[in-house]
Design a binder for this molecule. Structure first.
Ligand code: ZN
Length: 672
């Protein structure tokens, strides 16, 4: 996903485990990413001082230091001043991308391809369950214990439509190693494979407090997905994805449909783990300033006890439609006026596989041109139409195997649905005819290029944002290095843009002459909630009718047992297995930021020589509000060295509001 698109939306229907449990502050990639986020000077300070060896000169480990891995490829990624190695574990075939640079915010992630065949929510329930104790950490919730004494900057798990990701990040080396160890043990040796109670608790079970009480379905994921299915926005997103991909794994819900979740058996759950949570189906990622050979050793300690296995987890391609389609569905109408109106979203399937980097950039620019700012024509046409309350869809989605584009409105009067569709069609046709202005194109290119260079992911660790980007190709057997390299493709694309109009033909191809188009209309249904509830009750009643008095007693006993288990905390002796940081694990000195003092005229200049990817970050403390002087200062600084972009902030001293200051940023100012 381009940074611009990332800024506007969360990843493709990823269900986050910790976020839903409120354990960790799940820093969404939405927060402060890319466009729209004010870049902060933190971007300068968060990077550590360069280690003795420049990333470009870093040699790969060899011999015994490879710890059972072979080096497949190495490349210096200038875009992020990182040395990247691709390793393969000889015994299991597990792949590891290892990036080394001076970022102290170390990241690790293990990702399995987990394409579901139905909407029972197996991947999602499994993601929850593996975190409930493992071979080395046999307690209820090792991560809850770990977090108490951890300095992690990120800890979460995400279920996507086709993969399950377990990423962690920390600036402290020992903490980082602890987190990786607990995660690897969780995914490869979870206790939930033998303890059915975890499945009942996290997935679903029949609950019956006593023999005369009402029997119900309960379960963490079951309840979570009931919430999701009562949100019209979520229902729309799921309906659109399923309508675009009726023939492959994206046609079902990896999160789980509450009407289907109770079809899942413990045996199917065990088999799913056995099949997909295997090193031969794993893609692992390391990033930061820690030692490469140590990374491999840590992994080999886990992988070595497995043997290579053929895992068929490939994601089938959705064939293109020959005719546009239309889907009409309903959602549970709510109390408010907004929940009494319709949604309409037009969706297109854009390609038969991931875009190459250059095409991906071009489509990213096009997406930004259409929707990226309040003045963007498609956005403006919809927002000013008065036909709906807010935009839905929000353009390009390129995290799954085949990229899509979607746009529509919510809060639409039923009779206006055709008008919205006609407006979208007419606006796109008009733009394809007239094209974009030079200024709009330059502005979009600058915005996205600045975003890519800065890679300011807010609280979300940089290394993880690169992991997700790399996975967008790696997961589909494409080159994992390719999504990290944009310099060459960007230069090629700029040359093409200088030679002719790139966007008009692209728009025509992707959104006008493309028959794989589905319009999804979602209407409120005031009776849907009671209908669904009645269906659920009937299902439970039928089950109950088949139970003997002894069976009923068993369900009551199991309900009680599960509740007792949930309410009993682990003993301090048991939780002692979870590693904690010692005082000696915390460095006594903080890393120094290189600093040089010089002057320009009467102005003292403090310069910090750090890798900032062709962006000059300048902050000017001024006693007056004379902008010209501030601008001149930035220009003078940038002329000392070659920078593509200047991020500039003026801080006015001596004013009552000096501390809050009045920043003006210039990400669009390009110095060549
Ligand atoms: Zn969840």
């Amino acid at each position: 996903m381009t940074p611009a698109a990332v800024a506007r939306r969360a990843p493709a229907a990823a269900h986050r485990s910790f976020a839903s449990r409120g354990v960790a502050a799940a820093a969404s990639r939405r927060s402060g990413v890319g466009v729209g986020a004010t870049p902060t000077i933190r971007a300068l300070h968060s990077r550590a001082v360069a280690s003795e060896i420049a990333p470009a000169d870093l040699a790969p480990p060899s011999g015994a230091d490879l710890h059972g891995f072979e080096l497949v490829r190495e490349e210096y990624v200038a875009e992020y001043d990182a040395k990247a190695f691709l390793f393969k574990h000889l015994k299991t075939g597990a792949e590891v991308m290892s990036l080394s640079n001076d970022d102290e915010n170390k990241c690790f992630g293990v990702t399995f391809r987990t394409p579901p065949e139905n909407s029972t929510g197996i991947p999602h329930i499994l993601e929850h369950s593996v975190l409930c104790g493992s071979r080395k950490y046999p307690i209820k919730e090792p991560f809850v214990e770990l977090i108490k004494g951890s300095l992690n900057t990120f800890l979460n798990a995400m279920t996507y439509p086709d993969r399950t990701c377990y990423p962690v990040a920390s600036c402290n080396l020992q903490d980082f190693k602890n987190l990786v160890d607990v995660y690897l043990d969780a995914v490869f040796h979870p206790n939930c494979m033998t303890n059915e109670k975890t499945f009942l608790q996290e997935g679903w079970h029949y609950e019956l407090d006593d023999k005369d009480a009402e029997m119900t379905f309960k379960g963490v994921v079951f309840n979570e997905m009931k919430g999701v299915y009562s949100s019209p926005d979520s229902v729309l997103a799921t309906a659109c994805q399923q309508a675009l991909f009726p023939d492959n794994t994206y046609g079902v819900d990896s999160g789980g449909d509450p009407r289907v979740i109770p079809d899942l058996s413990f045996q199917e759950f065990q088999e799913f783990h056995g099949k997909f949570y295997h090193p031969s189906n794993a893609r692992m990622w390391f990033y930061g300033d820690d030692d490469v050979s140590d990374r491999l050793k840590l992994l080999n300690d886990f992988l070595d006890e497995f043997d290579k296995k053929d895992v068929d987890s490939s994601i089938a391609t959705q064939p293109f439609f020959t005719e546009p389609r239309r889907v009409v569905k309903s959602y549970i109408a709510g109390e408010g006026e907004e929940q009494q109106k319709s949604f309409v979203q037009v969706n297109w399937l854009l390609n038969d596989g991931p875009f190459d980097v250059e095409t991906g950039l071009a489509v990213g620019f096009l997406d930004n041109l259409l929707l990226g700012s309040p003045a963007a024509p498609l956005r403006m046409a919809l927002e000013e139409s008065g036909l709906g309350e807010a935009i839905v869809g929000w353009g390009l989605e390129d995290e799954l195997r085949q990229p899509t584009f979607a746009i529509g409105l919510k809060g639409v009067a039923k009779e206006d649905v055709p008008k919205v569709e006609a407006l979208i069609e007419a606006t796109i046709a008009k733009i394809a005819e007239e094209g974009f202005t030079r200024e709009a194109i330059d502005s979009s290119v600058n915005t996205i290029e600045f975003s890519m260079r800065e890679n300011n992911t807010g609280r979300f660790p940089r290394g993880l944002s690169l992991m997700l980007r790399s996975l967008s190709a790696w997961l589909y057997e494409k080159d994992p290095f390719q999504p990290l390299r944009f310099e060459g493709p960007l230069a090629d694309l700029k040359a093409k843009m200088a030679a002719g109009d790139v966007f008009k033909p692209l728009l025509k191809k992707l959104l006008i002459d493309n028959a794989h188009k589905v319009t999804v209309e979602l209407n409120p249904d005031a009776t849907l909630a009671s209908k669904q509830e009645a269906d659920e009750k009937t299902r439970i009643a039928e089950y109950r009718a088949g139970l003997s008095p002894e069976d009923i007693e068993r369900v009551v006993a199991e309900t009680e047992e599960l509740k007792t288990l949930q309410e009993t905390p682990d003993s301090p002796e048991a939780t002692a297995c979870v590693p904690t940081l010692e005082i000696g694990d915390i460095p006594k000195t903080s890393k120094a930021i290189p600093s040089e003092t010089s002057s320009i005229g009467e102005t003292t200049v403090l310069t910090h020589d750090l890798f900032t990817n062709d962006i000059l970050y300048a902050e000017h403390l001024m006693v007056s509000e004379r902008r010209a002087r501030g601008g001149g200062f930035a220009t003078t600084l940038s002329s000392r060295s070659v920078f593509r972009f200047v991020w500039f902030r003026a801080v006015f001293l001596g004013r009552p509001d000096a501390r809050t200051c009045a920043p003006y940023t210039t990400p669009a100012v390009v110095f060549r």
